[in-house]
Design a protein. Structure first.
Length: 248
């Protein structure tokens, strides 16, 4: 074979290889795609986990319930402490004003002619025992209460809504009781002050610092004013007693 024939054969071979490569380049992708579709595609990645609205709502409800329980417990504790703080001044007021009440009753009975002056004097002497001390005890307890304000805040609707009904009722009742007792204490302050002034006048009379006429004039005023103040206190105290606070 001559050299030109060899070169022609080689060139033809290269052309055929090129054509075959082109055919494979066109056909091979089609074969691959067909295989992919026939086998259901490549392994799909697992679907992303999504949070359903129900799950979100459940989580929100749990958080809201927890927050409400915390708020309810805090309010109940504030109200419980406020209720306890009021007891000392209320008790001291009752002791002091019981003496004032007996003192005024003796005067009323004397004026009505139901007891003699000597009997009235005996009652008055009895009511003087520790009268000043009991009035001071009330003032100390009342001042201690003022340093720690006795309040029971209203429940936040967001807290009261999901809270147990019995607990909400207990807190609301305690709040009403504390308000009523606050009114009773205000009335007690006025009456104790009047009683304390009269006790002081009696001491001044015994020591000769004021005349009997001055003492009688002061007593006439304290008697009438004190009777009205005691009536207002008794009414407020009765209302406060009628409202329970089960948080203590």
């Amino acid at each position: 074979m001559s050299v030109p024939d060899v070169r022609a054969t080689s060139t033809l071979g290269r052309v055929l290889l090129f054509i075959l490569a082109c055919i494979l380049a066109l056909v091979l992708p089609l074969l691959v795609m067909r295989q992919v579709f026939n086998s259901g595609g490549p392994a799909a990645a697992p679907p992303a986990r999504t949070t359903t609205p129900a799950a979100l709502l459940g989580a929100t409800s749990v958080k809201a319930a927890a927050a409400a329980a915390t708020g309810l417990a805090q309010t109940a504790e504030v109200c419980r402490l406020a209720n306890l703080r009021q007891k000392a001044p209320l008790s001291a007021a009752e002791v002091s004003l019981a003496q004032f009440d007996k003192h005024i009753d003796a005067m009323n009975l004397l004026v009505a002619g139901k007891i003699s002056l000597s009997v009235a004097t005996t009652y008055w002497d009895q009511t003087r025992v520790k009268a000043a001390e009991n009035a001071r005890a009330f003032h100390r307890a009342d001042q201690a209460l003022g340093a720690n304000a006795a309040t029971c805040p209203a429940l936040d609707p967001a807290v009261a809504g999901p809270a147990p009904y019995a607990q909400v009722v207990a807190i609301m009742s305690c709040a009403r009781a504390i308000t009523a007792r606050t009114t009773a204490l205000a009335q007690a302050r006025t009456a104790v002050s009047t009683w304390e002034h009269h006790v002081h006048d009696m001491e001044m009379l015994r020591m000769g610092h004021i005349t009997p006429a001055q003492a009688v004039a002061a007593w006439q005023k304290a008697w009438k004013t004190g009777a009205n103040q005691l009536a207002a206190y008794d009414e407020a105290a009765a209302k406060a007693t009628a409202i329970p606070c089960s948080l203590d």
